[in-house]
Design a protein around this ligand. Structure first.
Ligand SMILES: O=c1ccn([C@@H]2O[C@H](COP(=O)(O)O)[C@@H](O)[C@H]2O)c(=O)[nH]1
Length: 281
């Protein structure tokens, strides 16, 4: 059976919630001894693909491909096709943000039936209004894809997300509530809705946001970073492991081309108890 993010709980139960971070940036190409060219990025992708057996998902930072122009996009498209052959879902981490008509074109580019990229999911920023991204939600629903909306990010400049409205809700909480509302309408048959969330908050805030969005797949970045422990994540996830995606970039790429496959297996071993087999959302 081909899984989608709507059936993430089944895929994660089988393969764990790990999403391998894919970033052919100047930094990682250099660390891997590869040239900072589209050819170097191609070799990087081949090595990653060879290490993906049994991996549920990849989270791909698309600007590191786009910077190479048409050749970079062609590489991204063929990398996604390679992932699909392995049953690995693809998140295009593009963090798009625009008004409705433009977002509709992003839906065509990343998720649509004729999409040249053919991703399973794309990330969007909600600061022009969550509902401006709604054209993507409908395409995602029709095609069994997902749109990951940034609810709370981990970067130092993210304070605006904690501003409060008259009712006392933070911007992050308002975004979370819109996501929950969309999924109440769009989720069907006990599956997760097509609107997913990215929550890079500290543990307590992350757990509260996770509870605020039932029927929603939630990506929790931060594992593998200094100061973030597996125990912290275990506490946040609780028994909701069937709807959690755990993206790890630096924590896998730092193993280098020869250690990558082993590092991925090590993370899967660590993460397996967070997603009990057969557990539903
Ligand atoms: O809150 C967020 C949301 C997304 N990111 C992205 O993750 C990578 C870094 O991943 P590591 O596993 O920590 O290396 C970063 O470049 C963003 O694209 C994030 O950091 N925080």
């Amino acid at each position: 059976m081909k899984h989608t993010f709507a059936t993430w709980h089944e895929l994660a139960a089988e393969r764990t919630g790990l999403a391998v971070g894919v970033a052919p940036s100047p930094k990682w190409l250099s660390a891997w001894g590869l040239p900072d060219t589209v050819g170097g990025a191609g070799t990087f992708c081949d090595i990653v693909l060879a290490s993906l057996a049994g991996v549920a998902a990849v989270k791909v930072q698309t600007p590191f491909f786009e910077r190479f122009g048409a050749e970079g996009l062609a590489l991204l498209s063929s990398f996604f096709a390679g992932c699909a052959q392995r049953g690995t879902l693809t998140v295009a981490d593009a963090k798009r943000c625009d008004t409705e008509d433009t977002m509709a074109s992003y839906a065509d580019l990343y998720l649509g039936e004729q999409s040249v990229l053919g991703a399973d999911a794309v990330t969007v920023a909600p600061y022009i209004g969550v509902d401006a991204t709604a054209p993507l939600f409908e395409v995602a629903r029709q095609r069994g894809c997902a749109v990951f909306v940034l609810v709370r990010t981990s970067n130092h400049e993210s304070a605006v997300q904690l501003s409060r409205d008259e009712g006392g809700r933070t911007v992050s909480e308002q975004v979370a509530d819109r996501i929950a509302a969309h999924n109440r309408t769009l989720a069907t048959g006990g599956r997760a809705g097509p609107v997913a969330a990215v929550v890079g908050a500290p543990p307590e805030a992350a757990a509260a946001l996770l509870r605020r969005m039932p029927d929603t797949v939630v990506s929790l970045p931060g594992l593998g970073r200094p100061g973030r422990t597996v125990d912290q994540f275990r506490t946040v996830v609780g028994d909701e492991g069937g709807r959690v995606v755990l993206p790890i970039s630096s924590g896998v790429l730092e193993a280098g081309p020869h250690g990558l496959a082993d590092r991925i297996r090590q993370w899967q071993t660590v993460l397996r108890p967070m997603c009990p087999p057969g557990r539903s959302r």
